[in-house]
Write a protein that binds this ligand. Structure first.
Ligand SMILES: C[S@@+](CC[C@H](N)C(=O)[O-])C[C@H]1O[C@@H](n2cnc3c(N)ncnc32)[C@H](O)[C@@H]1O
Length: 217
């Protein structure tokens, strides 16, 4: 998976990846994607999926959900659009070109915001998180799944050993879980609800219901 911090470069790369992305990643990413989607659906029906790509995750949402998908790459979205039509995914209410750092939605619009295998590709992850926070209702969750690195623990040396291999196939090898949980703690309006295990992790950050009364910093 490519790692570049140039948005136009991202678009060019994903114009190519769009053609064969599903064949490579459908099975590989299914476990964390299903876990993230289940957590999002538990928050409520209005869900924003950032970096929705070819829409691999879209069939996993419950029929009662109302999902909007945003992505930088029109080529990836075209594949997602075909999937929505072919599989008749009526819960998908719209797919749009959008940068994760500049979301064109009103404040507190969604019950959950998911970002799957995209946060490590965004030039300014904290700005993307701030945007997710802006559009998320109090009590909702930001749910991130990605290749995320533990800050310590028994498996840390194993992941460190695998880092050159990860880089060779384009996976991020240095995006730490603590970058997400640290951001959440620094806002004073989020709690870390869950940090998954394994090579691909799901991290859930819950916006406190009291965040509505507390307002924005
Ligand atoms: C590895 S794919 C993941 C696609 C999908 N979320 C999945 O789990 O299969 C990364 C996607 O993020 C998109 N992307 C990269 N940078 C982005 C940004 N700044 N804003 C929105 N989407 C972005 C890419 O165009 C691509 O479709």
């Amino acid at each position: 998976m490519p790692t570049t911090y140039d948005l136009e470069g991202q678009k060019r790369i994903y114009a190519t990846w769009a053609k064969f992305y599903d064949r490579i990643y459908q099975r590989l990413l299914a476990r964390p994607q299903r876990e993230a989607v289940a957590a999002a659906c538990a928050c409520g029906p209005d869900i924003l999926e950032i970096g929705v790509g070819t829409g691999l995750t879209l069939p996993y949402f419950t029929p009662g959900s109302r999902v909007l998908g945003a992505d930088l790459s029109l080529d990836m979205l075209r594949v997602a659009n075909r999937k929505v039509a072919t599989l008749r995914l009526g819960h998908v209410r719209g797919l749009m070109v959008m940068d994760a750092c500049r979301l064109g939605f009103a404040a507190e619009r969604f019950d959950a915001v998911t970002a799957q295998f995209v946060i490590t590709l965004v030039p300014d992850p904290e700005q993307a998180l701030a945007e997710m926070d802006r559009v998320l209702k109090p009590g909702g969750e930001i749910i991130v799944s990605s290749r995320l690195v533990d800050d310590g623990g028994l498996l840390a040396p194993l992941w460190a050993g695998l880092a050159p291999l990860a880089r060779a196939v384009g996976w991020s090898s240095d995006f730490k879980v603590s970058r997400l949980t640290g951001w959440a703690a620094a806002t004073g309006r989020y709690e870390t609800a869950h940090v998954g295990r394994g090579y691909f992790k799901v991290v859930r950050l819950r916006k406190l219901a009291s965040a509505a009364a507390a307002g924005r910093p």
